[in-house]
Design a protein around this ligand. Structure first.
Ligand code: CTP
Length: 222
């Protein structure tokens, strides 16, 4: 269903450096993103670009991996790769903040260091940057986001769908034991222009397949 298409997927939690040996990050495993890249390949995509912070998962054979660490690096790679893409699927857990100052050398403590303060500043919102790019050049043709929420799942997801200019958002209740970070299953609700579509408990591979089928549907109806 994706024959001839170029699909860009982001995966994993971004790592925001503090000094050469430390970073701030989150619990994202990258598994849903890798499953999406695999599903896009299985659906016959011409080109699958996986923009990833993950080093521990096998690369889906046939995809091109662009390795990144920070949100800023991911933003550059996503903007560039999606400039001729049919669809961008942002499965990455992008850190909203990064340390204001990155120490060039390892930060050392002394006997009387009781604690330290870390000042964080806002990262770019990658999807908002892509939305602006799409307004200029019409690419990527389809934009899909994820919403990982612990409260007010559907209303928060719906407002992200609108604010970020998405064609589809995949809402994920991270408080459920069988969904979200570091498990192989996900219980999601897909929201798009046609409404809210709750899915059963599925493997991340099955969730990926459901998303890919809907992306293909949107592209084919354009
Ligand atoms: N996202 C992004 N850039 C960011 C943060 C998030 O592109 N700086 C993307 C994520 O990849 C995801 C979607 O936006 O597809 C929603 O991410 P989420 O962390 O749930 O939302 P936030 O925009 O961070 O909103 P909030 O902090 O209110 O939960």
């Amino acid at each position: 269903v994706l024959a001839g298409r170029k699909i860009v997927v982001s995966a994993g939690g971004t790592r925001e450096p503090i000094d050469p040996v430390r970073y701030v990050s989150n619990h994202s495993s990258g598994r849903q993103g890798y499953a999406l890249a695999q599903a896009a390949l299985d659906a016959g995509a011409r080109e699958v670009v996986l923009i990833s912070t993950v080093e521990t998962l096998p690369v889906p054979v046939g995809s091109t991996v662009i390795a990144v660490d920070s949100a800023e690096q991911m933003c550059d790679a996503v903007l560039q790769s999606s400039a001729d893409a049919d669809a961008l699927i942002m499965a990455a857990a992008v850190a909203d903040f990064r340390p204001e100052i990155v120490a060039e050398r390892k930060i050392k403590k002394t006997d009387d260091t009781a604690g330290m303060n870390l000042t964080l500043v806002r990262n770019p919102d990658i999807l908002l940057e892509v939305k602006q790019q799409r307004a200029r050049i019409d690419y990527p043709r389809v934009m899909v986001g994820f919403a990982a929420e612990s409260d007010n799942l559907l209303s928060n997801a719906q407002s992200k769908l609108e604010r970020k200019g998405l064609d589809m958002i995949v809402a994920n209740d991270i408080t459920a034991a069988d969904a979200g970070f570091a498990v192989d299953t996900n219980r999601v609700v897909i929201l798009d222009a046609s409404g809210k579509h709750p899915q059963e408990l599925m493997s991340k591979a099955e969730v990926a397949e459901a998303i890919v089928i809907r992306v293909a549907g949107i592209l084919n109806n354009r």
